[in-house]
Design a binder for this molecule. Sequence first.
Ligand SMILES: [Zn+2]
Length: 123
Amino acid sequence: MSLYPPDMALHLCCGVCNPVGVSSAVNSRQNQPVVVVTQPAPVPISLMCLRDSPGLICCPYCRHTVTTKVTYVPGATAWFLCVLLTLMGLVCGFCLIPLMIHRLHEAHHSCPRCGNHLHVYTR
Ligand SMILES: [Zn+2]
């Protein structure tokens, strides 16, 4: 049993069926201050600052701001360890372990837009 008459209880439950309530809700929303949050624009970094992950740069070839495409290739340290392990007698695939270690890979950065090679990051 409700304390309100049946038509008033209907308005309290959803608020949608009362057109006056809806318009006042819209008006109250328009009077509130509007807070606009903007994120700072991303700043491209120089080619020498590229590490082992993709970075935002201004491509010197096509002059577009792009995020570099990174290809990981085993570096000289990985190949040196591979030869060293082979000379130590670890020839049953164990000498290939340095080639699978991600930290021993070089990061080759290229532009995804024009495809030119941009930078090699060696550890
Ligand atoms: Zn480019």
